[in-house]
Unconditional design. Structure first.
Length: 282
């Protein structure tokens, strides 16, 4: 039913724990999903063999050695056995509600994402325990933080979607915002699934990159990513989605969000938003 693909970081220390948690949560989804791991970083091949996943080590990289998203997306669309694909960052746990939510989408073309929950998880989760899902949901309710409309860590889309991604580096700022802008500019439905899909981002530092900062990878890789996007004027968020997925199916967003989603298609409005973002007024 669904092909999940991801580009993991090296499996070391805390990152090793949370990425193994994430992958094991994907394996618990039903119906069973095809899972593709991209890249040749430390531990990727070994984890793919351990969990019997499809592994593609050859992926294009930038001059800093960071894998490129367009390479992974193109290969996944070419090789996936299923008609619906999901790209997800490798530190995110998918809860079982994901599959039933995706089944509600009947549109031939779409892009879907949702806001993530942030939670500190330091330990390996025992997914053989029958109550693992309820325990995690309780922790989310007590300790989790729902990110804003830019807090996206996954995208779901049909295999034939022409994403036209630039050679963005994985895990660097701006590519996901550009993708929303691009999809909206093509008048393809952009769906916010926050209400029905629970995605749990396991918090971590950014020491895996020499340009790691407190909450992102900065430096020349951030600069290049923003340049590829064409600047803040070509970036959107889930606030600009023109559909919302609910337990009862797709519906149009609230009146205020419909106004914002409509304004997003006009250059002057995006120019104002880009000025706000440059000034860090969110």
């Amino acid at each position: 039913m669904l092909t999940i693909f991801s580009i993991p970081k090296p499996f070391r220390g805390h990152i090793n724990i949370i990425q193994r948690n994430a992958i094991q949560s994907w394996l618990k989804l039903f119906p069973k999903c095809e899972i593709i791991l991209f890249g040749d970083d430390e531990g990727v091949a070994e984890v793919a063999r351990e969990f019997k996943l499809f592994h593609i080590p050859e992926i294009e990289k930038n001059e800093f050695g960071t894998p490129l998203l367009d390479s992974a997306f193109n290969l996944a669309q070419k090789l996936a056995k299923n008609e619906i694909l999901a790209y997800i960052n490798a530190d995110n746990i998918l809860m079982p509600d994901s599959i039933s939510a995706i089944k509600r989408i009947k549109k031939p073309l779409f892009l879907m994402s949702g806001r993530r929950w942030d939670l500190d998880i330091k330990e390996e989760i025992d997914f053989t325990e029958p109550n693992w899902e309820n325990k995690l949901k309780n922790r989310i309710e007590k300790e989790g933080k729902l990110r804003g409309f830019s807090g996206m860590d996954y995208f779901v889309f049909p295999k034939n979607l022409l994403h036209n991604l630039h050679p963005f580096a994985v895990g660097r700022p701006g590519w996901d915002n550009w993708l929303i802008y691009h999809i909206r500019s093509l008048k393809i439905p952009m769906i916010d699934a926050t209400e029905v899909i629970t995605v749990l981002h396991q918090k971590h530092d950014y020491s895996h990159s020499s340009y790691g900062e407190r909450d992102r990878v900065g430096g020349p890789e951030e600069e290049k990513s923003l340049k590829l996007a064409g600047g803040f004027i070509n970036m959107g968020t889930l606030r600009d989605a023109d559909w919302v997925l609910t337990p009862h199916g797709l519906k149009k967003p609230s009146f205020s969000r419909r106004i914002l989603a409509s304004l997003f298609l006009f250059y002057p409005w995006r120019l104002l938003l880009s000025i706000k973002r440059k000034l860090k007024i969110f």
